[in-house]
Unconditional design. Structure first.
Length: 355
């Protein structure tokens, strides 16, 4: 469904000012999602291309099966009570800055009723950041493991307690680096590492690793293997494998900075997917391109319930307290009529001269 080479100013907003001008209300947002989901015209989810009519509220009526469909149905926006203007603003906040935004920061920025709602919005976007059928890494690919998590006493290294083991892969392109992949793994055995390679690295590529004994078996006959043993080489690990150490360092800094190290192990993979989404598009000239790609993939992603997003839903309280009567449950839309200088109302200053 990709349009190949979308352009700023016609396919996506180039700046935050453009975002406000393009999407002043929820109707404009819905029409944009409609355009992204069905670039060649409406396709009925049940019977495929068909003659259809569009209602004034943006929904479609299929003449073949008499089904009503919306651009948000069957996507991460399915059944949402949060206005689309807020969803679009959240997508821009998430993609326009290289460090993204936390749920608490989003709640404060957009006036969302609860941090829980903001977290669920961001997490649904994270599920859309992994595109189905994406190309695997190729060429010369550095791989190594890293530990993510807070400091814990006890055993250091690959078996450290209280930390999560993550496999990192990144393409070498001359003296620079290309795309990366990060995945939470249960251990550094040959079987687990081979599964990572087959999922994320194109067979026939060259795998560059350290001296860990599992890599030769993990590569097998599917990959060429270059091995750099750090011990006794006179070089440090980050000098022999600079790419994976750069990515691991940036990911750790992002998790500690933007999210204050408060990411639970069960949710870590979703945050790593967000990091990879932005890192792999770091050379994009227009930040609006990331906004475009995120929404493009969002209308192609399946809906997710809040319970399915939570790592351990059974650990939470079964009954939630009744909110106070003045609690704002639903988020207010960012759309609204223009206000005539509200800061001037009730001001004791001099009246404005009318010409």
């Amino acid at each position: 469904m990709s349009r190949g080479s979308p352009r700023a100013g016609s396919d996506y907003p180039a700046s935050y000012g453009d975002l406000l001008a393009w999407f002043p209300d929820d109707a404009a947002c819905l029409d944009y999602l409609d355009w992204l989901r069905w670039p060649d015209g409406f396709v009925c989810p049940r019977c495929g291309p068909a003659v259809a009519w569009r209602y004034g509220d943006g929904r479609w009526f299929c003449s073949s099966c008499a089904r009503r469909a919306s651009a948000t149905a069957g996507t991460i926006f399915h059944g949402t009570r949060t206005p689309l203007t807020v969803w679009f603003a959240a997508a821009w906040q998430m993609t326009s800055e290289k460090n993204g935004i936390s749920a608490l920061g989003l709640k404060r920025q957009l006036g969302i009723g609860s941090e829980q709602t903001a977290w669920a919005m961001l997490h649904r976007y994270r599920t859309a950041m992994v595109r189905r059928g994406r190309d695997r890494l190729s060429g010369s690919v550095e791989v190594d493991e890293t530990m993510l998590g807070g400091p814990e006493p006890g055993k250091p290294g690959r078996g450290a307690l209280g930390k999560t083991l993550v496999e990192v892969g990144i393409e070498r392109t001359g003296r620079s680096f290309g795309r990366c992949r990060l995945q939470v793994i249960e251990d550094a055995s040959a079987e687990v590492l081979r599964r990572f390679l087959l999922d994320h690295v194109e067979p026939g590529s060259t795998v560059v690793s350290d001296g860990w004994g599992s890599y030769p078996s993990a590569c097998g006959d599917d990959y060429l293997h270059e091995r750099y043993v750090v011990s006794g080489s006179g070089s440090k690990a980050h000098e022999l494998l600079p790419g994976v150490h750069l990515v691991a360092s940036l990911a750790k800094r992002w998790l500690m900075g933007t999210h204050q190290g408060g990411v639970k192990p069960g949710h870590l993979q979703a945050y790593l997917d967000e990091f990879s989404f932005r890192f792999n598009r770091r050379r994009s000239r227009a930040r609006g391109m990331l906004f475009y790609r995120l929404l493009e993939q969002s209308v192609d992603a399946e809906p997710r319930t809040y319970r399915s997003l939570v790592a351990n839903p059974g650990a939470a309280r079964k009954t939630m307290p009744v909110p106070p009567p003045d609690k704002r449950v639903r988020c207010d839309s960012l759309a609204g009529p223009p206000l005539d200088r509200p800061w001037r109302k009730g001001s004791p200053g001099q009246p404005l001269l009318q010409h």
